[in-house]
Design a protein around this ligand. Structure first.
Ligand code: ATP
Length: 513
């Protein structure tokens, strides 16, 4: 655990040092849970968005994109359930004055029990060696069985309390488990209260409730209210999808873990409109499709898993998370939700406008059902950074290097062009010519600000898959040294070959085939 905390601290420091992520308003000591993306951060973020957008919109002739406004008519949030049901249960510690999410405190207690189970299993694995049967051990060892039973009992109570909105029961669980404030150790808690996560603001010159606007807490509603506009203008037939990337805002209570939980973040959501009754088929389809999308980036299967929801959100009849193993454990990266006709049905009722589709095959009109996929850009960014950052020894006794082994298609800079001698005009000229040619195709960098060794280290740290070094031989035979970030292999290639070699490795196309 201590090692994981170090890893996470390292990652945050790396993001700052190399211009990926800065704390918002840092000169004023920052704004909690709000972050700015720096020069390399914005490139990586754009590449993640571009991969998602292409995989949805470009790769499916029945998915189209939109870009809806952040502000929406206030009734939108009444219809969607966010005014009445978008609440987190919060609890204050009377001694430390710190505020927590009651469900998170309980989940953290469950994680501690899980860690105890894992520890017992690891001990037994070492003791029994190759013949160790984990499944058997879990169901026969009294100590492990005790932990599993305790874990399951809490899980069941938590799920019921969350589903029923039972704040008193949440407080009771915290008391029964003798959960203490993680900071002060105090058990002096207030009651649990509901806290709405939407930020509100006021519209121009209209005072009071009438002019109250919300910053959208999800992008999905911009898609639902535009459903018929899009369907009619694109003449799509069901099943079809609408995709959108955009900012969302939530007044999160637990604002820790860097960009994992932010108050202003970005979502990539796709709502897939289907015939009522087909939801099971499309739910399974999108589950598989989304897992494939993650795996194509080279993320190991062992770091990804599905996690079914114990307590369903107010709008869903089935929901699953794609969890990623972040440095602080397996947590939600993406949600896949079967939302039935909840949203369109409610918008139809509250607006008084028909939001129905005429199905030419069935010769009938209905409110479509929806299966959605919803992933946070920032969480995906964190997943990619934490998966990619490696500290390793460089062969040949050259010390260690921090290298970001990002998939080349996501890397912020695709190739760095480095002149061996910055004072040698002829070398500089060839290097700059290469830079100006390659920049037409890729994001490339020309750098002559240090020794080649230092420049390589810097490119490794920002994840650049290729470095090109121009030297005296280049002047004679038009060849350069091409260095591979991961294998560290250096090969001599002709300048005219560079573009083709780089394209083959960095093209997003490879992620789709
Ligand atoms: P959590 O349980 O972690 O609060 P959620 O279930 O509320 O997340 P959804 O409403 O399903 O999240 O939102 C879809 C996706 O948006 C999430 O899978 C996550 O990637 C992203 N997301 C949600 N809240 C935040 C946040 N505060 N900061 C960054 N990303 C977020």
């Amino acid at each position: 655990m201590a090692q994981q905390t170090d890893l996470f601290k390292n990652l945050i420091a790396h993001c700052k040092e190399y211009g990926f992520i800065f704390q918002s308003s840092e000169v004023y000591d920052g704004l909690s849970a709000v972050y700015d993306y720096g020069p390399y951060g914005v490139e990586l973020k754009n590449n993640i968005k571009s991969y998602w957008w292409s995989s949805m919109v470009q790769m499916h002739d029945n998915i189209v994109g939109i870009d809806a406004a952040i502000f929406m008519h206030p009734k939108t949030w009444k219809a969607s359930g966010h005014v009445d049901a978008f609440n987190d249960p919060l609890i204050d510690n009377k001694d430390s004055k710190k505020r927590y999410r009651a469900d998170v405190l309980i989940e953290e207690q469950m994680e501690k029990i899980e860690a105890k189970i894992d520890k017992e299993i690891e001990k037994a694995r070492k003791r029994f060696g190759d013949g160790f049967d984990e499944a058997m051990y879990r169901t026969t060892n009294p100590r492990v069985m005790g932990y599993v039973e305790a874990f399951e009992a809490i899980r069941t109570r938590l799920a019921a309390a969350m589903t029923n909105g039972d704040m008193a029961e949440l407080k009771q669980i915290i008391e029964d488990l003798e959960i203490a404030d993680p900071e002060s150790g105090s058990r002096n808690w207030t009651d649990v209260r509901q806290f709405n996560l939407m930020f509100s603001t006021q519209l121009g010159n209209i005072a009071g409730e009438e002019g109250k606007l919300y910053l959208r807490p999800e992008t999905a509603q911009g898609i639902f209210v535009n459903f018929l506009n899009v369907q009619k203008t694109t003449r799509q037939k069901i099943p079809f999808g609408i995709a959108q990337i955009g900012k969302a805002f939530r007044n999160e209570i637990v604002a820790r873990q860097f960009i994992f939980r932010m108050r202003e973040f970005e979502q990539m959501e796709m709502q897939f409109f289907i015939r009522p009754g087909d939801q099971k088929h499309w739910y399974d389809y999108w589950k598989q499709a989304r897992m494939k999308w993650h795996l194509a980036l080279g993320t190991p299967q062992s770091k990804l898993r599905f996690h079914d929801h114990d307590n369903l959100a107010h709008y869903a009849d089935a929901a699953v998370d794609v969890q990623f193993e972040f440095p602080f454990g397996f947590k939600e990266l993406e949600g896949i939700h079967s939302r039935t006709d909840f949203d369109l049905g409610n918008h139809q009722e509250l607006s008084g406008k028909k939001l129905q589709y005429f199905d030419p095959e069935l010769q009938e009109s209905y409110v479509p059902y929806v299966v959605e996929t919803s992933i946070g850009v920032d969480r995906m960014f964190l997943a990619m950074m934490s998966n990619a950052l490696v500290e390793e020894e460089v062969p040949g006794g050259e010390g260690s290097r921090a290298v970001l082994k990002l998939h080349p298609a996501l890397a912020p800079v695709k190739c760095a062009i480095l002149p061996l001698k910055r004072n040698e005009e002829r070398i500089v000229k060839v290097a700059q010519d290469i830079f100006h040619k390659l920049k037409l195709s890729f994001n490339v960098q020309y750098d002559d600000t240090g020794s080649i060794g230092k420049l390589y280290r810097r490119q490794d740290a920002i994840g650049t898959p290729f470095c090109v070094t121009v030297d005296f031989d280049s002047l004679e035979d038009n060849t350069v040294t091409l260095r591979d970030r991961d294998t560290l292999q250096q090969e001599r290639v002709h300048i005219s070959q560079l573009e083709g070699i780089i394209r083959e490795r960095v093209d997003m196309k490879q992620l789709f085939v």
